[in-house]
Design a protein around this ligand. Structure first.
Ligand code: BGC
Length: 756
C-alpha cells in the first residue's frame, strides 16, 4: 500500500515535471518564432511587408506571367480557392525558391463541414450536442484538406443565429452562446490538432467577427443593432472560446454593428480581440468586406478603406485591392505608421511559421483527394446519425419493422446525391453520397417491396404531374416515407428566405399522400428550421435531418429501421410561422408573460369588443407564444425519465462550482442516447436576465431499463452577465435551475449565490 502510494506520488511528480518541461518547451518555441519574425522583418522591404497582407483568389487555367512576377516579388501573401495541386505547387515554388526572402504562401479554402468526406452541415452537427464528434469531423476534414495542399480553412463559423430566415444559419451552431462556444472550441481543436505544423492540421478561422447572425429581418449582409451587453453576453462568447482554444485567425464580418462595419471596427478588432482576449493570430477581412465600407457609407474611397481597416486591426485583405494599391503611399505620406504594418505582418508570419510552412511544408507535394476512406465514411455516418432529430413519433410508428416491409419511398430528396450535401460543399462529390433510396434498398434486401416515386423533380418544383403515381405507390404500401426539404442552394450565403415552408409543391404532395390514410414518416432535409407545422400534423412521424452529407442515406436507413435510435436535440427554436421570428428560448420575460390558461385566441374575441379581454399578455392573437418545437427538444426510441435532482449546495460563493446531479432512466425497450441539459435563471438582477440560459449538458448512453446518475458541474463564475458598466459580474441572489431533456421541461430547484 505504502509502496503504491510512493509510486503514485513519484508518477505524479514525474508528470508535473514533464508538464513543466512541456510548458517551458512551448515558451521556447514561441520565442523562437518571434526571433525568426524579427529577422525576417528586419530584412523585408515595405513592398514585401505589404505583400504578406494581400490575399488573392485563384484563377483558372495557366498561371499568368503577371501573377508569377507578383509572387516572385513577394507581393502576395496568400491565395484562396486554388484547387489545382500543380498550380498551387508551382506558385509555392516561385514564392519559396525564387522570391528574395522565400516566404511561402498560405493557401486557404472554405472547408466548412468536410473536404471530400462531407459531414452534416454545422447546424446539423450542433444538433448532436457532441463536442468530441465535432472535433473528430474537423480532424478528418483537416487531414483531407491538408493533403490537397491547403493550410487554412475559413471555419468554424460561430455566428449566433436567432432568425431562420437567414440562410447562413446552416453554417453555424444555432441560437445559444453556450452550446456554440463548446462546439466552436471543439471544431478549432479538430482543425488545428495539438500541433499546427502537423501535416494533418490546418489553421482555423473564427468567423464572422461579429454580430453577422443578427442581420435585421434575417436578410443577409443586413445591419445589426446590438447593445454592447448583448454583444458580450450572446454574440461574442463563441469567439472568446475559439481564441482560448488557440484559433489561428479571425475573419471580419460583412455587417455593420451599431453604425460601424466590422472591418473598420477597432473596438472589436483591437480592444476586445487583442487587448481583452490576447489574440495572437491574424485577422483577415471577409471577401471584399473592406471595400464594401464605401457602400456602407463609412469610407470615401479605397485609400480611406486601407487606412480605416489597418487602424481597426485587419491584418490581411481578402480579394479586394485596398492594401495592395494604397498602403505604400500611406506609409510614405506618414498617414500610416511602419509600426502598424509590422504588427500586421508579424501576426501573419507567426501563423505561417507555426504551420511549418517555412520548414518544408509549403513544398510538400499535394494531390487531389481520392474517395473517402472507410474510416471517414464511418465517422460521417456516425455524425449524420447523431445529428438527426426525431420531432414526432405518434403511437411509436418508428422504428419500422424490417421483415416483409412494404414501403413507398416518395419525395424529391429520396434519391438525390447532391442536394443533401448542403451549403458550402466545395470539394465533396455526389458520387460518394449514399442516398436514402439506395440505403433502404441495401438494408432491406430483395424481398422487401419498395415503391419509389419522386413525386416532384426538385424541392422547388410545382409540377404536379407525378402526384398520381406517388399516391398510387403510397396506396399499395403499408407505410409512406417522404424525403422532402430544401435543396442545398436554398440556404447559405445570400440565400435568405422570407417564407419558411417547404418550397415548391411539397406541402401539396404530402397532403395528397395523407389522403391515402397510410401512415407517413416525414424526413426533412434542410439548411434551417422550416415552418413544417401543417405537414407535421399530416404525418405520424417526423425526422429532421438537416443536410447530413455523404452518408445521408445510410444514417437515415439505420434510424428509420431501428438499428440506431435518434438522439439529436434542436440547437435552435422552430417557429410556428415566420411572423413569430425572432423566437428563441433565452428571451426576457416582459412584464406580462403569457400563460396558456388565460389566453383568448383571435376567434374567441367577442364581436364589437371594446375592452381588452382577459389574457392581455405578450403573445400573438393568432398563434399564441409557443414555438413549434423548443430549443433542446428531440425524441428517442428510448423513454427517459428524470428523478432525484440533487445540488451539491444551495448556498454558493462566487468562486464555487455547483454540482448538479440527477438520475436518468431509460424506461424504453431500446438502447439510446439522451442529452441531459441544465438551464439557469438569475431571478432578480441589476439588468433583467433571460428566462433560462443553458449552462451545461451531458450526453449519456442508456441501455433499456438502465438508470445512471448524471453529474454536471456549473461554475458559479459562469452565471454572470455584463452589467450597465459593461463589467462581467455574478450578482449574489436567488437562482432557479432546471434539468431535463429540453428547454421547456425538467426538474426544478433553487439555489442562492452569496457574496462571502
Ligand atoms: C464568406 C466567407 C468565406 C469567404 C471566402 C465570403 O463570401 O462570407 O464566409 O469564407 O467568402 O470564400
Amino acid at each position: 500500500m505504502m509502496q503504491d502510494h510512493a509510486h503514485a506520488t513519484l508518477t505524479g511528480l514525474f508528470a508535473l515535471m514533464l508538464l513543466a518541461l512541456g510548458q517551458a518547451g512551448a515558451v521556447r518555441a514561441e520565442d523562437d518564432v518571434e526571433r525568426r519574425i524579427d529577422v525576417l522583418l528586419a530584412r523585408m522591404t515595405l513592398g514585401e511587408k505589404i505583400g504578406q497582407m494581400v490575399q488573392i483568389n485563384a484563377f483558372e487555367g495557366r498561371i499568368p506571367d503577371e501573377l508569377r512576377r507578383l509572387v516572385r516579388e513577394g507581393r502576395i501573401g496568400s491565395m484562396l480557392n486554388e484547387i489545382e495541386p500543380e498550380t498551387s505547387q508551382e506558385l509555392q515554388r516561385v514564392a519559396v525558391k525564387e522570391s528574395r526572402l522565400g516566404i511561402p504562401l498560405i493557401m486557404g479554402r472554405d472547408v466548412i463541414h468536410g473536404y471530400r468526406t462531407i459531414f452534416p452541415i454545422p447546424l446539423g452537427q450542433a444538433a448532436a450536442w457532441d463536442p468530441e464528434l465535432v472535433e473528430s469531423c474537423a480532424r478528418v476534414a483537416a487531414a483531407e484538406a491538408s493533403a490537397a495542399g491547403f493550410h487554412w480553412t475559413f471555419a468554424p463559423m460561430m455566428d449566433i443565429a436567432r432568425d431562420p430566415r437567414w440562410g447562413r444559419i446552416a453554417e453555424g451552431f444555432g441560437e445559444d452562446p453556450y452550446l456554440a462556444s463548446r462546439l466552436a472550441a471543439a471544431m478549432v481543436r479538430g482543425f488545428q490538432g495539438d500541433d499546427l505544423s502537423s501535416p494533418h492540421s490546418i489553421a482555423a478561422c473564427a468567423k464572422h467577427f461579429a454580430g453577422y447572425g443578427a442581420a435585421e429581418g434575417g436578410r443577409d449582409y443586413n445591419t445589426a443593432v446590438i447593445p454592447e451587453g448583448l454583444l458580450r453576453d450572446v454574440y461574442l462568447p463563441p469567439f472568446k472560446a475559439a481564441v482560448e482554444s488557440g484559433v489561428a485567425s479571425v475573419m471580419t464580418s460583412f455587417n455593420e454593428i451599431n453604425g460601424v462595419p466590422s472591418s473598420g471596427n477597432a473596438f472589436l478588432l483591437r480592444q476586445v480581440l487583442r487587448d481583452e482576449w490576447g489574440f495572437r493570430g491574424f485577422v483577415v477581412s471577409d471577401w471584399d468586406a473592406m471595400t464594401e465600407m464605401i457602400e456602407h457609407g463609412f469610407a470615401h474611397d479605397l485609400k480611406d478603406v486601407a487606412v480605416k481597416s489597418l487602424r481597426a486591426g485587419v491584418d490581411m485583405e481578402m480579394q479586394s485591392p485596398a492594401y495592395a494599391e494604397h498602403l505604400a503611399e500611406l506609409v510614405q505620406a506618414g498617414v500610416i505608421s511602419q509600426d502598424l504594418i509590422d504588427q500586421a505582418v508579424r501576426n501573419i508570419l507567426r501563423i505561417k511559421l507555426r504551420l511549418g510552412l517555412f520548414d518544408g511544408r509549403a513544398l510538400v507535394l499535394a494531390k487531389k483527394p481520392g474517395p473517402p476512406t472507410a474510416e471517414s465514411m464511418a465517422l460521417a455516418k456516425r455524425a449524420a446519425i447523431e445529428s438527426v432529430v426525431l420531432l414526432k413519433n405518434e403511437r411509436r410508428l418508428l422504428p419500422l419493422p424490417r421483415p416483409n416491409a412494404s414501403i413507398a419511398v416518395i419525395g424529391p430528396l429520396a434519391d438525390d446525391p447532391y442536394e443533401v450535401l448542403g451549403t458550402w460543399n466545395r470539394d465533396g462529390q455526389p458520387e460518394d453520397t449514399v442516398t436514402p433510396l439506395a440505403a433502404i434498398r441495401s438494408l432491406l434486401g430483395a424481398q422487401a417491396k419498395i415503391r419509389y416515386v419522386a413525386g416532384l423533380p426538385s424541392t422547388r418544383s410545382r409540377d404536379r404531374s407525378g402526384f398520381a403515381q406517388a399516391r398510387a405507390a403510397a396506396q399499395s404500401s403499408d407505410v409512406i416515407l417522404v424525403f422532402a426539404g430544401e435543396e442545398s442552394i436554398l440556404s447559405g450565403e445570400a440565400h435568405s428566405r422570407a417564407y419558411l415552408n417547404l418550397p415548391g409543391a411539397q406541402d401539396d404532395l404530402i397532403e395528397e399522400l395523407s389522403k391515402t390514410g397510410k401512415p407517413i414518416v416525414l424526413v426533412v432535409l434542410a439548411g434551417r428550421p422550416l415552418t413544417i407545422g401543417r405537414v407535421a400534423a399530416q404525418s405520424q412521424a417526423v425526422l429532421y435531418a438537416w443536410h447530413p452529407g455523404t452518408q445521408t442515406g445510410s444514417a437515415l436507413a439505420d434510424l428509420i429501421f431501428g438499428l440506431e435510435s435518434p438522439s439529436g436535440k434542436l440547437p435552435v427554436t422552430f417557429p410556428q410561422a415566420e411572423g413569430q421570428i425572432p423566437v428563441y428560448y433565452a428571451h426576457k420575460n416582459t412584464g406580462r408573460p403569457p400563460e396558456k390558461l388565460t389566453l383568448i385566441g383571435i376567434d374567441d374575441i367577442p364581436p364589437r369588443s371594446k375592452q381588452s379581454a382577459p389574457g392581455d399578455a405578450s403573445r400573438y392573437l393568432d398563434i399564441g407564444y409557443l414555438p413549434l418545437y423548443p430549443f433542446g427538444y428531440g425524441l428517442s426510441y428510448g423513454e427517459f425519465a428524470y428523478a432525484n435532482l440533487r445540488l451539491s449546495s444551495t448556498r454558493l460563493a462566487l468562486g464555487d462550482t455547483l454540482r448538479v446531479s440527477v438520475d436518468v432512466s431509460n424506461k424504453g425497450g431500446m438502447q439510446a442516447d439522451e442529452t441531459v441539459q441544465v438551464y439557469v435563471r438569475d431571478l432578480v438582477a441589476s439588468l433583467t436576465r433571460p428566462v433560462k440560459e443553458l449552462k451545461g449538458f451531458r450526453k449519456v448512453r442508456l441501455k433499456p431499463g438502465e438508470t445512471q446518475s448524471v453529474a454536471i458541474d456549473i461554475p458559479v463564475a459562469s452565471l454572470g452577465f455584463h452589467n450597465a458598466a459593461m463589467r462581467y459580474v455574478v450578482e449574489p441572489g436567488a437562482f432557479r435551475l432546471w434539468v431535463g431533456g429540453d428547454s421547456q421541461s425538467g426538474l426544478a430547484a433553487e439555489f442562492e449565490v452569496v457574496d462571502k
